[in-house]
Design a protein around this ligand. Structure first.
Ligand SMILES: CC(C)(COP(=O)(O)OP(=O)(O)OC[C@H]1O[C@@H](n2cnc3c(N)ncnc32)[C@H](O)[C@@H]1OP(=O)(O)O)[C@@H](O)C(=O)NCCC(=O)NCCS
Length: 178
C-alpha cells in the first residue's frame, strides 16, 4: 500500500489555511469512506489546487473559486477522506428556482472511479433543489460524459467553440423527479 500525505501550512491574506496534497495508491482507496460536506472559504487553497489538477488550462482563477465558496445562492460541497479534500462540486441557482447549473465538479485522479463523482453530483442536485439541472462539458470529456449519462442527463445543446482552444461544449440537462 502506497500512501503519503503532504500538508503545507501557509498564510494567505492573514488567514491560515491548510493545503493538502495527496498521493495514494489506487488500491488503498476506499471511496465509501469519503464524507460529503459543505465547503467554505477555508477550503480555498485546497479547492484551487484540486481545480488545477482536474482542469489544468480550464481551471478557474482563485478569485472565481473564492466567489463560488462565498456567494449566496451557490452550492459548494467537498468530498473528504481522513480530512483530505479529494473532490468538490459547485452548483449555481443563478437567481432561478426552476433551473440550476452544476458549474464545476472534480475528483482527484487518485480517487477516481470510486463513486465520488456520482455522490458529489447527486448531493449537489439535492442541495440545489431545482426541477431542472444543467451542466456543460468539453465534447471530448468521455469520463464526464459517461458520469452524466449514467446520472440521467441528456444532451440539449451544443455551444460551438466554447472553450479557448476552439473545442465545442455539450450542454446536458436532467429533469429531477424526486
Ligand atoms: C468526471 C469526474 C468528476 C468523475 O469522477 P469519478 O469520481 O471518477 O466518477 P465516479 O467514480 O463516480 O464514476 C461514476 C460513473 O461515471 C462513469 N465514468 C467515470 N469516469 C469514467 C471514465 N474515465 N471512463 C468511462 N466512464 C467513466 C462510469 O460510468 C462510472 O461508473 P462505474 O465506475 O460504476 O463504471 C472525474 O473524472 C474528474 O474529476 N475529471 C476531471 C474534471 C472533469 O472533467 N470534470 C467534469 C467537467 S464537466
Amino acid at each position: 500500500m502506497v500512501s503519503a500525505q503532504l500538508a503545507v501550512h501557509s498564510e494567505w491574506e492573514g488567514i491560515y489555511v491548510i493545503e493538502t496534497l495527496i498521493e495514494a495508491g489506487r488500491s488503498s482507496v476506499d471511496g465509501s469512506k469519503a464524507k460529503i460536506l459543505p465547503a467554505t472559504w477555508r477550503d480555498l487553497r485546497a479547492v484551487v489546487a484540486l481545480e488545477k489538477v482536474c482542469f489544468g488550462r480550464d481551471s478557474w482563477p482563485w478569485p472565481e473559486v473564492l466567489a463560488a465558496l462565498t456567494f449566496p445562492g451557490t452550492v459548494r460541497l467537498k468530498a473528504e477522506i481522513d480530512g483530505r479534500l479529494v473532490g468538490f462540486v459547485i452548483g449555481d441557482r443563478r437567481g432561478r428556482r426552476d433551473l440550476a447549473w452544476v458549474a464545476s465538479i472534480g475528483v482527484h485522479p487518485d480517487y477516481r472511479r470510486h463513486g465520488l463523482g456520482r455522490r458529489l453530483l447527486a448531493a449537489c442536485e439535492r442541495k440545489l433543489g431545482s426541477h431542472r439541472v444543467r451542466l456543460s462539458l468539453r465534447k471530448t470529456n468521455e469520463a464526464a460524459l459517461e458520469l452524466y449519462l449514467q446520472a440521467g442527463y441528456s444532451r440539449v445543446d451544443i455551444w460551438p467553440k466554447y472553450y479557448r482552444d476552439g473545442e465545442d461544449a455539450i450542454v446536458m440537462e436532467r429533469i429531477v423527479t424526486s
